[in-house]
Design a protein around this ligand. Sequence first.
Ligand code: DGY
Length: 327
Amino acid sequence: MAAAVFVTRSIPGAARALLEAAADVRAWDREEPPVPRDVLRAAVAEADGLYCLLTDAIDADLLAAAPRLRVVSTMAVGYDNVDVAACTRRGIPVCNTPGVLTEATADLAFALLMATARRVPEAERYLRDGRWRTWSPLLLAGQDVHGKSIGIVGAGRIGQAVGARARGFGMEVLYTARSPKPAFEAGCRARRCASLDELLGAADYVSLHAPLTPETHHMIGEAELRRMKPTAVLVNTARGPLVDEPALVRALAEGWIWAAGLDVFEREPVTPDHPLLRLPNVVTLPHIGSATVATRTAMAVLAAENLVAVLQGRRPAACVNPEVLGG
Ligand code: DGY
């Protein structure tokens, strides 16, 4: 009997075809809304494999409803939506999609940095609203990017790729990471800061690239925002809960920092009445860091390959709890 796989959203055809070649596939075949919890709970009761997105909470309660489950494969590099410890206790591998989204996400982080620094969306609204009457010396003046310093918080793959872009713009690159990154230091003349505090006090731009864990939750709060320069720009393309949003609202409204570029929020989707969206010095995007056709397709295919590998008794290319794979 073919293994049963449940897919929580409509996914690119190439990934779907890979799954269908190896398993009996059922899916919540829609772009939106996300699969309702009761549908997901009922579906996993019969599933050997679960193909999910970052919008699905794969927690102990769901796992308890999935007696046959042998693999969870998420179409994302971040896996804070999955209770990995609970999966590990059940011997269930959790697979993700590192690597294939690095460059696209770094491109978007840098685009957001530039757009925020140079007030690009605000300037476009100004023009489209018919408010452009004349050229003036400080009209819509932003912050320089070239020659400034960037602090990369979490110099993993994406953080380092942002650093490489910054270097190309003649920026000084600072970083924090659990361990030194000699190749990054050599390639981008990056300097590791002794602490987050040191980085926050020194950087003109602070770009977050840490995974969301209990330790990194609200790692940027009032004390950290007050440590930053009043001309500094905060960019977050990682996970919203890294930042304490009420503290960020005050920081931006009261001028502790100059602006923020945000692709992610504590609760997604963010509603249009969110206080951050009312501030002129915030540039916002709807969590599109990796959203190019090629990258999202590569992520979808890798997630499918990972899932099929586990079902077929092979080692998946990416697994966050490899201790359950044995051998
Ligand atoms: C991820 O993969 O974790 C991103 O947030 C979506 O690309």
